[in-house]
Design a protein around this ligand. Structure first.
Ligand code: SF4
Length: 495
């Protein structure tokens, strides 16, 4: 009787666009992932994944996974597809892209985001392909661009507190985050702090589960976070809850910020934010006195608050607060939005902008894709978009005014997409639906960056369908007429 091979355990990183960036352990037997659990040796993962990812084997082997290319065989929106071979799919895509590229490669628009977060999967092979082609570039602004700029302009990079040190904080402001659902591992540290006597304040327009479980919920109006931050500064200044030594030695521009903040008394901010003056003064007192007592006060900010007009400056204002009270003197004090600058990444080595060879294609902002798909050719815009290549994203579901783009997708031009996890609405619209792996297995080398620790994914294991990294699709889409050339996809990816 043949013996069953013993299961092996493979370390990897969660591919989701989630601030926790867990380290995963996948148990594989005979090429099949039979279990996934959190890595107990990775401090903030601490052996636990969220409910969604802990059921990844179920998702990976779900019968609705699309494992083969599907070609639309009926009218758009009808959901009628027929299975075709990879060779047919990639040859068809390559021929169509080649024809467009012959006229003007800028009429080809890639569209992607963080459907898979790994550096190889998400942000390298595709860029090499489109750079070589000379396709339009994509400004990937849909999620975090304003806040990223805000925190970088304030702190010098996407840097901040280590998430595990929140457990030692005495006051935690959870600002614009529903941590219980979207930052679970931070919430665990907040609970430890709470058990040790910390006060938790949730600042969020929404009454979320997190707001329910904090000591206080300040439900300000959406888009008014900067006004609240400036009013807190006003109170810190007028009550002299300041760390003058810290401000003098470790900050720039304090005099200008002080002048600006003094224009925001609590009464003005309360009227703007839709909250009471007492809520502002009490919060400022709690924050300022925490600093005066020499206790650590921490802010966990998240990206929700910066998805409004002025959101980047709101992040800047909030990120200034720890400097006023010298919270950064403690490892459990300060602010955390993102720490993705903690690991420098050589993006040029991954994405190869040198393949543009001096060309400067236009850049399309991904949030205006609906309008841009409808835009005719013009001297200012350039060629109309003739092909939209979508992978790691679903603009019909996520882009503002996506009905416009969706209408365009349905109505006129052929649209290709390069990744299919489960059949979805977008899949019903597109003409060709080449399935690609997603989830457990074959994720490639994927350092994830946010919580100050790097979780790296080994090359593919237990692949499904084509089950290769993005390199395979984009090298295949080069086709016999395409732009592939030696070294385009084969250079060293990770150092
Ligand atoms: S909590 Fe976030 S990083 Fe961790 S397993 Fe879930 S989605 Fe992935």
């Amino acid at each position: 009787m043949p013996s069953t091979p013993p299961p092996t355990q493979i370390l990897g990183a969660c591919p989701h666009d989630c601030p926790d960036t867990c380290s995963m352990v996948t148990t594989v037997q005979d090429g099949i992932a039979i279990a996934v659990h959190g890595n107990p040796l990775h401090p903030h993962t601490d052996g636990a994944l969220c409910t969604k990812v802990s059921r990844y084997p179920e998702r990976t082997y779900h019968p609705q996974r699309v494992l083969h290319p599907l070609k639309r065989s009926g009218p758009k929106g009808s959901g009628q597809f027929e299975r075709v071979s990879w060779e047919e799919a990639l040859t068809d895509i390559a021929a169509r892209l080649h024809a467009i590229a012959q006229r003007n490669p800028e009429a080809i628009q890639p569209y992607s985001y963080a459907g898979t977060m790994g550096l190889v999967q998400s942000e390298s092979m595709a860029q090499r392909f489109f750079h070589q082609l000379g396709a339009s570039l994509l400004d990937r602004t849909i999620c975090a661009a304003a806040g990223g700029e805000g925190i970088t302009h304030t702190l010098g990079g996407k840097v901040g507190m280590r998430v595990e040190f929140f457990a030692e904080s005495k006051l935690i402001l959870i600002w614009g985050s529903n941590s219980i659902t979207s930052n679970l591992h931070f919430w665990r540290y907040a609970q430890i702090a709470k058990r040790n006597g910390a006060r938790l304040v949730c600042i969020d327009p929404r009454k979320t589960e997190t707001a329910d479980k904090c000591h206080e919920h300040i439900a300000l109006l959406p888009g008014t976070d900067a006004a609240l931050a400036l009013a807190l500064m006003h109170q810190l200044i007028t009550h002299d809850w300041l760390d003058h030594d810290y401000l003098a030695h470790y900050t720039l521009g304090w005099d200008e910020l002080r002048t600006h903040a003094l224009q925001w008394p609590p009464e003005r901010a309360a009227a703007v934010c839709g909250i009471t003056v007492e809520q502002i003064t009490a919060l400022a007192r709690a924050y300022g006195e925490c600093g005066k007592r020499g206790e650590p006060a921490a802010i966990r900010m998240n990206y929700g608050l910066q998805r409004v007009h002025g959101g980047g400056n709101a992040v800047r204002a909030i990120a200034c607060l720890p400097a006023l009270i010298g919270a950064w003197r403690h490892r459990a004090g300060g602010v955390l939005l993102s720490s993705s600058s903690a690991f420098p990444v050589q993006r040029a080595a991954l994405q190869r902008p040198d393949l543009l060879a001096g060309r400067t294609p236009r850049t399309i902002n991904m949030v205006t894709i609906g309008d841009d798909l409808l835009r005719p050719a013009s001297p200012s815009f350039g060629p109309a978009i003739e092909a939209l290549v979508v992978y790691d994203s679903n603009p019909v579901a996520v882009a503002p005014e996506s009905c416009k783009g969706g209408g365009r997708v349905c109505a006129r031009r052929p649209v290709y997409r390069g990744a299919g996890a489960l059949s979805d609405r977008h899949g019903r619209l597109r003409r060709l639906h080449p399935a690609r792996h997603h989830t457990v297995g074959a994720l490639g080398c994927a350092p994830e960056l946010r919580p100050h620790r790097c979780a790296a994914q080994p090359p593919g294991h237990c692949p499904l369908g084509r089950g290769q990294i993005q390199r395979a699709d984009f090298s295949g889409a080069g086709g016999p007429h395409g732009p592939s050339r030696p070294g385009l996809f084969g250079t060293l990816l990770c150092r």
